[in-house]
Design a protein around this ligand. Structure first.
Ligand code: PLP
Length: 382
């Protein structure tokens, strides 16, 4: 499909590949195809590029290169963390603490370890904005808890958690803390030292890198079993010949996004404000979801009472506009989103929900056109 007339406003689902990332990848797809583990000189430049990419990724989140393990993306990283909790947990510590608004990569991994490994899961409550209830969090941290997984930024409503305080509380009970930062890395500042976390998941295609590549940050000294057994790649923690081109593309995209973060944020905030102004003026009962202050710039989740998010999506699609009703990973699921359920959205409001996620490649005019068009469609339906 041609993208010439498309207004792409589904950047939380995936992002357009950074042209610099593509340029950085091409040599490793064309000419420098050697296996980085080989011993001859042909592989030397490939091995070097892999090392450099690891250093770049580490630098972007204030980690050390040895703390970065390349994976196939967010789902793999999340699965690894939850299953690692189960594999490394002593008999008397079998509980995993998480939240009901996590991505399904976390929630379904938890369900799997409950089914297979004699673990239990506890879910901490969130308020109407999706913010973790600290009192409930503290109450649920117990001597049986082996690990905590709380996302840094939510993919449906954009709410950003105070992960620093949550990690500190978990550590007071000697409990490991993981954060799914798939929607955050490359978009908001992420400093693993400042956050004080033990593990973090990230995915390149959410920050203008290629699909099928991501990483897991694992703080030095954190117990971790190999999830993929085989060769000695990734410090003998994740076997398999490295996807060098994608890794190099990911590092390039991340470096660019991090260095442009300030200007991207200002632009996204401006687009978001303009969009919300237009919509609020024409639709009096619109509800904007997520935390009003602590949320991802440019991610707008809005609910319109009486509307159908699904039919709005299809009408916008016919006009060349790509948005989402909820999480794209879950687009086949027509049930009410688990995130909207957790923040106690009434069914009617949840059904009338759209997620508009603007990205750095959108023009200010896109946000205004989209808002005007959406207002027009909704008014016509009334
Ligand atoms: C918060 C979050 N975690 C994990 C994932 C899964 O990432 P990936 O698509 O790289 O498997 C996503 C993707 O939408 C996400 O938004």
């Amino acid at each position: 499909m041609s993208t010439r007339n498309l207004i792409y406003a589904d950047n939380a689902a995936t992002t357009q590949l950074d042209p610099a990332a593509l340029d950085a990848m091409l040599p490793f797809l064309r000419d420098s195809y050697a296996n980085p583990s080989s011993l001859y000189s042909f592989s030397r430049s490939v091995k070097k590029a892999l090392q450099k990419a690891r250093e770049t990724v580490a630098e972007c989140i204030c980690a050390t290169p040895e703390e970065i393990i390349f994976t196939s993306g967010g789902s793999e990283s999340d699965n690894w963390v939850i299953k690692n909790f189960a594999f490394t947990a002593p008999q008397n510590r079998r509980q995993i603490l998480t939240s009901p608004i996590e991505h399904h990569a976390i929630l379904n991994s938890c369900a799997e370890v409950v089914r297979l490994f004699n673990c239990s899961t506890s879910y901490v409550s969130v308020d109407k904005f999706g913010i973790i209830d600290i009192d409930d969090f503290q109450a649920k941290l117990s001597k049986n808890t082996v690990g905590v997984s709380i996302m840094l930024a939510n993919n449906e409503i954009g709410t950003i958690q105070d992960v620093k305080i949550l990690a500190k509380l978990a550590h007071e009970h000697s409990i490991l803390f993981h954060t799914d930062a798939v929607q955050a890395v490359g978009h908001i500042p992420v400093n693993v030292q400042e956050l004080g976390i033990d593990m973090l998941s990230a995915s390149a295609h959410k920050f203008n890198g290629p699909k099928g590549i991501g990483f897991l940050f694992v703080k030095q000294g954190t117990p971790l079993v190999s999830f993929v057994n085989g060769g000695q790649q990734e410090f003998a923690r994740r076997a398999g010949t490295e996807n060098v081109a994608s890794i190099v593309g990911m590092a390039t995209a991340l470096k660019n996004n991090c260095s442009q973060m300030h200007e991207n944020t200002l632009k996204l905030q401006k687009m978001e404000t303009l969009f919300k102004e237009v919509i609020s003026e024409s639709i009096s009962n619109v509800v904007f979801n997520g935390d009003p202050v602590h949320h991802l710039p440019g991610l707008i989740s809005l609910s319109i009472p009486g509307a159908s998010g699904e039919s709005l999506l299809h009408i916008l699609d016919l006009k060349g506009i790509a948005v989402s009703t909820g999480a794209a990973c879950n687009s086949k699921d027509t049930e009410i989103s688990h995130v909207l359920t957790a923040i106690q959205h009434p069914k009617d409001l949840a059904k009338g929900t759209l997620r508009i996620s603007l990205g750095k490649n959108n023009a200010i005019a896109d946000a205004i056109s989209l808002a005007n068009l959406l207002s027009h469609i909704i008014k016509k339906q009334k």
